[in-house]
Design a protein around this ligand. Sequence first.
Ligand SMILES: [Zn+2]
Length: 274
Amino acid sequence: MPELPEVETVVRTLEFLIGGLKITDIDIHYMPIVSGDIDAFRQSLINKRFTGFSRRGKYALYTVEDVILMVHLRMEGRFYVRDERNPTDKHTHAVFHLDNGRFLHYHDVRKFGRLEIVRPDQISRRLSTLGIEPFDPQMSGYTLKKLASSRQIGLKTFLLDQRFVCGIGNIYADEICFCARLHPESPVSKISLKRFNEVADCIKMVMSQAIADGGTTIRSYTSSLGVSGRFQLRLNVHMRKGEPCHVCGDPIIKTRVSGRGTYVCLRCQKRIKD
Ligand SMILES: [Zn+2]
C-alpha cells in the first residue's frame, strides 16, 4: 500500500511528466472510481492545465487551474503515462488525454482508489480529519506527547492512526519503532517526553530517507512511472522475519499488532510497561 513517501514520489514524478499539460478529454471505464457526478468531473477538468502538484498525508493533490483533483491510491492505485489511449488490461479505469499527444492512465487492480474534484477553498475542510504532517514544523516530541496523553493504545497503533500523524503506514511504522528502540506495543501514555523526542526525530529521518530513495518497492506496491523505490534496501525490520538484526544480530520476529503484520527486534526495542 502506498504510504507518504510513495505518494510523494508519484506526485513529484507526475509533476515532471505532465506539469503544465492540458487535459483535452477523459475516458472513464469504471464509474465508481470517480467520487460524485461523472459529467461534472469531466467538465471541471477538460480544457484545463495541470498547474500544481502537492500531497497531504496519503492524498495526492493535483491543481488543475481552478479545481483540485484529489486522489487516494488506497491499496493498488497507480498512474502510467503512455503513448496509447486504449487500456492494455481491464484494470485501467480512467484515461486523461493530454495535449502533447500522450495519455495519463489510472490503473487500480483492487478498485479501492478514488478520484475526486474538490474546490480549493474546501480542501482544508475536506482533509480536516488528517493529523500533523511528518515534516510540519510543529512535529516534535512535545506535540506527540500531547496527542498521546491519556490514549490507551500502543505506539504502532498511534503512528498508524491518520488523525494523529498522517502519511505513515505499516512499513514505516515498523521502521520508526525500530529507529526509536521502542516495542510497537509500548503504551503511548507511558512514553516519556524524552522518548517522544526520539520518536519525532525518527519519523522525520525515516520518512525523508524514504522519499530520497523514491519509496519502498515491495510486493504490494511498485511505482508505475519508471521510478523504482530503493528504501527496501534500508529496511531494518519490516519483511525481515528470521533475519539477523543489523544492530544486535538477534533474529527479527514477526507478530501482529492491530491486525497488521509487525516486525520487531525484541532485544533492541524496549517494551515500556503499563
Ligand atoms: Zn536488535
